[in-house]
Design a protein around this ligand. Structure first.
Ligand SMILES: Cc1ncc(COP(=O)(O)O)c(C=O)c1O
Length: 445
């Protein structure tokens, strides 16, 4: 405890929000306006937003269909208790059941992705009467205590776990070439899935309620699964009576070219979680879509938990309008521009020695960097001298921002993440990728 610290009187101290993921070594941009795929800072500079802020403003920054729906709801009734029924909440649940895979139809709303994942874990533990949820190393499922325990990113886990016990979770290896010694993608899928079976057996299948996974890794590195991986996991889950939960917080609502990332794998999970893109981030909203039998069990047995703002009617109105926008044209727009994005990124990997690989799907990609001399990441949380090391990947992002394009940073910061809003135009996409190409050339070559 600090003693004898002089305190300012009421109203004397300057007030300013502390940015999330605050890094004292760098200054966060102040964004004051947005239009389509562009945002403006407080000095009037325009930036193409190639990370949709936090992979969430999928419909861009000025979609009138969404704002009109929110205004209409605000004027009708702005808030209804989450313990009561509400027409717009039920209507959104019906919309979600229509687009969700197979028999996923029961919706339990939350507010953030972290809380959606905690709810899915809680529901899984309850219906399975088992304590553990297993997740991958190199994953991100949220930053609150429960979701932080599920997250496999070392810095999130150590921030959460340093002062409080994180229980009821376990980890397994992601299906990445660096984690296994595989000869082909198919071999990698088999080895990685066999490893999950090994972990479930060793944890004790009776103690495992569920495994949870991002269909395409998000901030943990844009990595899709090798072919056959999810199919095999589905079989393992059936065999050991373990639920399969897809964390679709980033990958949902067209981000990877289908309604949900798991759709591309042709596998039906028992639950999926959503947040971010459901309202195109026009209001906070998240939730769990569960298989019919899980919803029925929860309804029959009762569920004595809740949150005030879960399923907020204004957010639900935004969600209904956003889904209509995705359905009418935005997902088609993603599919149309994906080949351009993919081929330009592959060119980057061929041109620049420091680009180790590019990977992703649809409008979610990661450009992974490595030191061409050693083949190792320039900076990594595992390395002892991370604090002192210069990170050229951060410098690439800064150089791109100087050229008017914002890119995302992954966890760990060995990569640049690309997740443009779906309304980005062909010429904006070209311009953004030119800026990245030049930024790499100037910074790391
Ligand atoms: C895959 C995934 N799951 C969960 C979360 C947590 O969502 P939130 O930040 O809304 O709590 C995130 C956030 O980035 C995410 O990327």
């Amino acid at each position: 405890m600090q003693e004898n610290v002089p305190h300012a009187g009421r109203g004397e101290a300057g007030g300013e929000a502390i940015p999330h993921w605050h890094d004292p070594g760098s200054e966060a941009m102040t964004v004051v306006e947005g239009e389509d795929a562009t945002v403006y800072d407080d000095e009037g500079n325009a930036y193409l937003d190639f990370v949709s802020q936090l992979y969430c403003t999928n419909a861009g920054h000025s979609n009138e269909a969404i704002t009109d729906a929110m205004t209409a709801q605000l004027e009708r009734v702005p808030y209804v208790s989450s313990a009561k029924g509400n027409d717009v909440r039920d209507a959104l649940a019906a919309d979600l059941a229509e687009i969700a895979p197979g028999s996923l139809s029961e919706v339990y709303f939350a507010i953030s992705g972290s809380e959606a994942n905690e709810s899915a874990a809680q529901i899984a533990r309850t219906v399975q009467d088992a304590p553990k949820v297993l997740t991958r190393w190199q994953s991100y499922h949220g930053g609150t205590a429960g979701a932080g325990a599920l997250t496999g990113d070392p810095s999130t886990r150590s921030t959460v776990g340093r002062y409080a016990a994180t229980t009821g979770s376990g980890k397994f290896l992601p299906p990445l070439p660096t984690a296994f010694d595989a000869d082909s993608p198919e071999d990698l899928a088999e080895q990685a899935a066999d490893h999950v079976e090994f972990v479930i057996r060793n944890e004790g299948a009776d103690s495992v309620a569920a495994i949870m996974m991002e269909p395409v890794g998000g901030s943990s590195g844009g990595y899709p699964a090798p072919p056959g991986y999810f199919e095999r996991l589905r079989e393992i889950c059936n065999e050991y009576d373990v639920l399969l939960i897809a964390d679709e917080v980033i990958t949902g609502f067209g981000r990877c070219g289908d309604w949900f990332g798991i759709d591309t794998e042709d596998v039906e999970p028992d639950m999926l979680t959503f947040a971010k893109g459901v309202t195109s981030a026009y209001a906070p909203l998240a939730g769990v879509i569960a298989d019919e039998w899980i919803g029925e069990t929860v309804r029959e047995e009762g569920y004595d938990l809740g949150q005030t703002f879960a399923g907020h009617p204004v957010a639900c109105a935004a969600g209904r309008a956003a889904i209509e926008e995705y359905d009418s044209h935005l997902i088609d727009d993603v599919r149309e521009l994906t080949p351009l994005l993919e081929s330009r990124l592959e060119e980057l990997a061929e041109t620049h020695d420091a680009v180790e690989t590019v990977r992703g799907r649809g409008f979610l990609w990661s450009v992974v960097f490595a030191d061409p001399e050693t083949g190792e990441p320039f900076v990594h949380p595992w390395s002892a001298d991370e604090e002192e090391a210069e990170n050229p990947v951060a410098a690439v992002r800064e150089a791109a921002a100087d050229k008017g394009v914002i890119y995302g940073s992954g966890r760990p910061d060995v990569q640049i993440l690309i997740a443009p809003p779906f309304c980005v135009t062909r010429s904006e996409l070209e311009r953004g990728l030119d800026a990245l190409d030049e930024a790499i050339e100037e910074t790391v070559e």
